[in-house]
Design a protein around this ligand. Structure first.
Ligand code: MLT
Length: 426
């Protein structure tokens, strides 16, 4: 690899150092580009721009590789628990039994949410979107833990509080939307069983956690745990780079994830499948509509990916988990049959194959969440619960690396200097 990159512009030559990561990714360090040449780069959506150097997650879009701290997601999904993976992402190593027990016990002890937060919670309309509630209450946590404001005090305690309280807050908004009483956490349950119990337990009947459901959720949360510098993670890092506290930084990530082009895509997938079902379930008709989107306005969600060029490795694992869960739970849902028809088309129709429009993680995750009985408007909340350790790990790394405040430049295209005109002269 060349040690320098040369830029020739306006008849002058400028040299910039290059660097190579541990997985041989290459970069040109243009930190001094503007000082040297007066030029900035323009890269809408940052498709070619590295914002940082990170040791947390590696993905290879061409080869369909995704690893957390060097461990493949295939192996982690098969052998680890979500809390083990959360510890790995946040602290850099798989925990020993002692480390794991301390981490899991700390989380168990902080699952309760300050009762005063219920006053904020009760102020939302009953049909408030759970992502709105989640982002608002996560940000509100900074009001209850002001020792998070000054620098990195008690960071581990704030990390524990976030990991512990997100599921509690998430289930509150669901129960309220159902008109059901909220459930309090039960410290004798593990992380995922506690979440399921808070989501689905009712005062009028006992709720038993189905191990098939719990294991499927464990895999889903692991697969969503981090994804290097995606939109919401970049948001967390950018907000955190201003020295904003961890709760406000994570809340910003929740809000970025809500977008239908990001974490909201899994909800869009199911709504798309419902639309096809309501329209008669003719998959071929909707495939044609997708091919003529400019005239039909019908957009396919859950296909293709900005980074993965051939397949999303998470989708392969989730597809198998979806098949397992549906058969074990004996789920027979016409929407899921429509999904299989779309998947078949996407994997075989030249239109999809040539455009690399294969089913992605959002296509299959919505199908599993639906089969687990999780309501559509909670799908992105599930994504947030899974992505939380990744956001935390990236925020922590950004702070430990003492990254400068993020402040991109621009190319101005507005009016040049002009004189003010009095109201009567306009
Ligand atoms: C994610 O996992 O964050 C999504 O696949 C989006 C992305 O990585 O850009």
């Amino acid at each position: 690899m060349a040690s320098n990159a040369e830029l020739i512009v306006d008849g002058k030559s400028y040299s910039f150092p290059t660097l190579e990561g541990s997985e041989h990714e290459k970069a040109v360090d243009i930190s001094n580009l503007r000082d040297q040449s007066g030029y900035v780069t323009l890269d809408r959506g940052y498709k070619n721009t590295g914002a940082t150097q990170s040791a947390i997650t590696f993905l290879d879009g061409e080869e369909g590789i995704l690893r957390y701290r060097g461990y493949s997601i295939e192996e982690l999904a098969e052998k680890a628990s979500f809390l083990e993976v959360a510890y790995l992402l946040i602290y850099g190593e798989l925990p020993t039994q002692i480390q794991y027990d301390a981490f899991a016990t700390g989380i168990r002890r902080h699952t309760l949410v300050n009762e005063d937060m219920r006053k904020i919670f009760d102020g939302f309309p009953v049909n408030a979107h759970p992502m709105c509630v989640l982002g608002s209450l996560v940000n509100a946590m900074s009001a209850f833990y002001p020792d998070s404001y000054e620098g990195n005090q008690n960071t581990d305690l704030h990390i524990t509080r976030l990991m512990a309280k997100l599921p509690t807050i998430a289930t509150w908004s669901y129960k309220r939307s159902q008109g059901h009483p909220i459930n309090y956490p039960k410290n004798e349950l593990d992380y995922i069983a506690n979440f399921l119990n808070m989501m689905f337990a009712l005062p009028v009947e006992d709720y038993k956690v189905d191990p098939v459901v719990a294991q499927a959720l464990n895999v889903l949360l692991i697969l969503h745990a981090d994804h290097e510098q995606n939109c919401s993670t970049s948001t967390v890092r950018l907000v955190g780079s201003s020295q904003a506290n961890i709760y406000s930084s994570i809340a910003a990530g929740v809000n970025a994830l809500w977008g239908p082009l990001h974490g909201g895509a899994n909800q869009e997938v199911i709504e798309m499948l419902e639309e096809i079902k309501e329209g008669g379930g003719d998959v071929a008709k909707y495939i044609d509509m997708a091919k003529n989107a400019k005239t039909t306005g019908f957009r396919l969600f859950g296909f293709g990916h900005r980074v993965y060029k051939n397949f999303d490795p998470r989708a392969r694992i989730i597809k198998k988990a979806a098949d397992d869960v549906l058969s074990k739970l004996g789920v027979n849902d016409p929407v899921l049959e429509i999904a299989k028809g779309l998947e078949e088309a996407a994997l075989n129709d030249p239109y999809f194959v040539q455009r690399k429009l294969y089913p992605n993680v959002d296509f299959y995750s919505g199908i599993i969440y639906r089969a687990l009985g999780i309501p559509t408007n909670m799908f992105t909340v599930m994504f947030a619960i899974g992505r939380l350790p990744g956001w935390i790990a990236q925020w922590k790394e950004m702070r430990e690396q003492k990254e400068p405040i993020g402040r991109p430049r621009q190319i101005y295209t507005g009016s040049t200097l002009r004189d003010f005109k009095a109201m009567g002269e306009r």
